[in-house]
Design a protein around this ligand. Structure first.
Ligand code: SER
Length: 599
């Protein structure tokens, strides 16, 4: 079947069962500055899953355009894409497992005609600490539909619990989630022992592919880490549209479904390389196809290539697509033409993409010209360098990617030590950090990595408090060690657990967004004009240093500060750490105190 056919069949099936069809929410979330992209069908519905009444009723269905930046490194295999459409159906406190699981089974086996013996199902194995038992109810339902025991599998919370943040432990307070039951399609390809001795639905060798997931969203995480019941028990089903189409075709390669046919043929014609010729070029084709499709939808949603937030992600996708196209031997602009076939094929389902075709072509062409010029200039400089190739200068002065330097050098038989180049870049960064530290020593207990990370978290926290509690919040004191951070701030009432949960959520979002932390030195008056935060009662010289989280001018937070800070908020989340508020209490009249950790 084609993508359009499966999408239409799904919507019609659930419409017949009393569901209201919702349009896809924009891929850039509306009115939610804390997250860059819509990454699942349930995301725009969170308030309703938490209990708010939905104007369209309690049974909803749609196809949602999604983007998952976190999957970008996975792209290249047979099944991962950054952009995808998620088919969703929701019960907002209406039907539950006994209705939803049989429906989805009927849809897959009757409407799509998927062979029953190629379907596998996973259920929750139970969680002692949470006191949530094994989901025998879901397993019994699958059994009652004729699924044999060897097609029903139990997994723990790492696999069969769903929340936007991951496992129960990873969820911040205020986040919703629950156990789930996933559906896998067995493509029957041979198991690759590199992924483990035996194959099973959650094995990553590529034989089993998850095509759907019914989440029983019935829990909310409390500020003290325990789990409470939501006012209603909801079902949140999400199915991968492209993956279902691949299953109907019985071909495990997602990049052979109809929407990729025209752009794939275009790349073949321009490169003279046949798709599937070998593992390496197949990977390259997939990256280019994926990235151009994502870029098409992003520009259609109003994003333009830039240096921050969505614009930065878009720029990276475009530039990577160009570099990969270059390795296929495509030396002339190709992105706009490839995007034109996407705007065509998605035109019926998403008229706004078709309507933006001109803008998409224009932005892609501009960015491709600019980046190809950088590549040409970098190459010229590289030629001039002869055998003494200086990858560091090429990167820092000409923006020429080091991987590309490596490749060109290799063509000339020169082996560059990339570790040495990377070490040089690190030393350069550390050098500027050390310089900053010497100039501004004040404030922190020490300048260990942990203390510096807490210092940046402190900036994020202050801004998040202002967003949640109001602009009257200002810093009244701070104390930062390698173990934790403490902030005193002006605010006249106890902060509620919900507000604290929201503050935590915002800080964690900013950590996940990987925002640069930038230092700027400027006249005090100018910093004041920009609205930079400063501590009440402190005096500052005529020239001050400010730190912005995000680029100055469009920063999430801006403070008078001597540093030091991490270079990017991503560092705060390294090793899976999350920002967590431990305590909120009165400090003095009209001043509250919060202690928080990254753990
Ligand atoms: N929200 C769940 C997921 O993304 C199901 O829709 O898998």
């Amino acid at each position: 079947m084609t993508l359009g056919e499966v999408r239409a069949a799904y919507i019609a099936f659930f419409k017949e069962r009393g569901h209201t069809v919702l349009p896809s929410a924009p891929i850039i979330p509306e009115g939610d500055a804390t997250t860059l992209f819509t990454s699942s069908g349930m995301q725009p519905l969170v308030p309703y899953l938490m209990g708010k009444e939905h104007p369209e009723g309690v049974r909803l269905v749609n196809a949602q355009t999604c983007f998952r930046a976190g999957d970008v490194e996975e792209v290249g295999d047979n099944r991962h894409t950054t952009f995808f459409e998620m088919l969703g159906n929701w019960s907002l406190g209406d039907y539950f497992k006994h209705e939803q699981l049989p429906w989805v089974y009927e849809f897959l086996t009757k409407e799509l005609g998927l062979p029953k013996d190629q379907l596998h199902f996973s259920c929750f194995a139970g969680h002692d600490t949470l006191g949530i038992g094994k989901d025998t109810e879901a397993a019994d339902i699958w059994r009652s539909l004729g699924v044999s025991d060897d097609h029903i599998h139990f997994y723990d919370a790492k696999k069969n619990w769903w929340s936007r943040a991951g496992t129960p432990e990873e969820m911040p307070a205020g986040e919703i989630g629950g156990t789930d039951s996933e559906i896998f399609f067995d493509f029957g390809t041979p198991h690759d022992p590199a992924f483990g001795p035996t194959c099973h639905p959650n094995c990553d060798c590529g034989r089993f592919i998850e095509i759907g997931n019914s989440v029983f969203i019935q829990y909310i995480k409390n500020a003290d880490g325990s789990f409470g019941e939501l006012p209603k028990k909801n079902v949140d089903f999400g199915g991968g549209l492209e993956r279902m189409v691949a299953a109907t075709r019985g071909d495990v390669d997602m990049f052979r479904i109809d929407v990729f046919d025209a752009p794939r043929a275009l790349l073949e014609a321009r490169s003279g390389v046949a798709y599937g010729a070998d593992a390496n070029t197949t990977r390259v084709f997939r990256i280019i196809l994926d990235h151009i499709r994502s870029a098409t939808f992003m520009i259609a949603a109003g994003v333009v290539p830039g240096n921050r937030e969505q614009g930065y992600v878009l720029r990276r996708l475009i530039r990577r697509a160009i570099r990969e196209a270059d390795t296929l031997g495509i030396k002339d602009a190709v992105l706009a033409d490839a995007a034109a076939s996407f705007t065509e094929v998605y035109g019926d389902a998403y008229p706004f993409v078709h309507a933006a075709a001109g803008k998409i072509a224009e932005e892609l062409t501009k960015e491709e010209q600019k980046f190809r010029k950088t590549l040409v200039q970098g190459l010229k400089e590289l030629e001039k360098m002869g055998d003494a190739i200086d990858a560091f200068t090429l990167l820092t002065t000409y923006g020429f990617p080091i991987e590309l330097t490596e490749e060109i050098a290799r063509e000339r038989g020169i082996m560059l030590s990339m570790d040495a180049v990377r070490a040089q870049i690190e030393a350069h960064k550390a050098g500027s950090r050390a310089g900053a530290e010497q100039k501004f020593a004040g404030g922190l207990a020490d300048h260990s990595e942990q203390t510096v990370a807490y210092h940046t978290a402190h900036h994020l926290l202050l801004k998040a408090l202002q967003l949640v509690l109001g602009s009257e919040v200002h810093q009244r004191g701070s104390n930062i060690t390698a173990e934790r951070l403490r902030i005193d701030f002006s605010y006249g009432a106890k902060v509620t657990p919900e507000q604290l949960a929201e503050v935590e959520r915002i800080v964690n979002e900013k950590i996940d967004e990987g925002l640069p932390v930038v230092r700027t030195v400027l006249p005090r008056a100018e910093a004041e004009q920009l609205g930079a935060e400063h501590e009440f009662g402190a005096t500052y010289p005529d020239t001050v240093s400010v730190y912005s989280v995000g680029e100055l001018g469009s920063a999430f937070s801006l403070e008078f500060c001597g540093g030091p800070h991490v270079e990017n908020t991503r560092v705060l989340g390294e090793g899976g750490k999350r920002f967590k508020i431990l305590k909120e209490e009165a400090s003095s009249a009209g001043v509250r105190r919060i202690k928080a950790v990254l753990q």
